[in-house]
Design a protein around this ligand. Sequence first.
Ligand code: ADP
Ligand code: MG
Length: 343
Amino acid sequence: MAERTEISTLGEFGLIDHLTKNIEIKNASTILSVGDDAAVIDHFGKQTVISNDMLIEGVHFDLMYTPLMHLGYKTVVVNVSDIYAMNATPTQIILGLAFSNRFSLEALDEFYEGVYAACAFYDVDLIGGDTSSSQKGFIISCTAIGELTPDTFIRRNGAKKGDLICVSGDLGAAFLGLTLLEREKKIYRENPAIQPDLEEEKYIIGRILKPEARKDIIELLHEKNMNPSAMIDVSDGLSSELLHICKQSEVGCVLYEDKIPLADETKQAAFKFHLDPTACALSGGEDYELLFTIAQDDFSKLEPQDDISVVGYITNAEEGKTIITKGGKKLPLTAQGWNAFGE
Ligand code: ADP
Ligand code: MG
């Protein structure tokens, strides 16, 4: 049987010490880390970007099919994704946790293994947090901090008429991965003897359980000297994010259904579930790709291997927010959001 150490045998301070004892500082901006009343960071003449995201058991994740190590990794990813979406470089995170006595030290160690793996990959320092008990479930609150050259942040409000709408990677896979895991959970509940064979669905499951933030796209945009006029990360689905950009930039848009990037695995899974893959991309969410607008002059800087698709263009606000379907119909773009698919 797996070892189980009760958290109570360590006490709060023993636990924090255990979880943070191997931290090695990576960023010069990290002046003081875990162990005092607060951490100290100095961004040496740069500007600081700060964002927080919470992940709640039963709302954002289900531990029945989410390995704790993946959850730790994803916690960091969803937070640094917001920092990249501002065109900044993440440098530190602060992690607040609350858990019931259902969680053992071994379980927390597994979670932190994922946290530290993501910290290593994204070059961020874990510089503090808070630890509390909860009556039920696992609650995670993560703050990410990043830096940028003064006034180089990219907001959601800069899109201009004629700008091209770009999105990185492919969309809709995370939603289909979640749909599959929910279906397997139901089957397992009805008959625990049935073992799912998920080998063929590796891609879509990976997209929901182990997403990555598009650090590479930000680096690419810098290398190519491209300056998006507006940018946002795709956490709630393409339509909802594009509508945010349109609203804040006071513009309209034309989105082409046939330009929305979909992986073959996404199309196949959608076919199996009798779902429209476009709807999954528009309303599914959790893809953590970057959606941004560029001036037409920047178009020639894009190359096929860049993993960036042009999906439409920005119009005057009066022209509305529209999608041109594969059949050539012009329809209003609505924010279906995550809940469109129900539970
Ligand atoms: P305080 O009483 O001042 O809030 P704590 O005892 O909560 O201090 O925390 C002590 C130190 O441990 C602080 O530096 C805090 O940031 C850090 N810390 C607390 N919980 C965590 C955690 N879950 N992960 C990482 N660092 C933590
Ligand atoms: Mg505290």
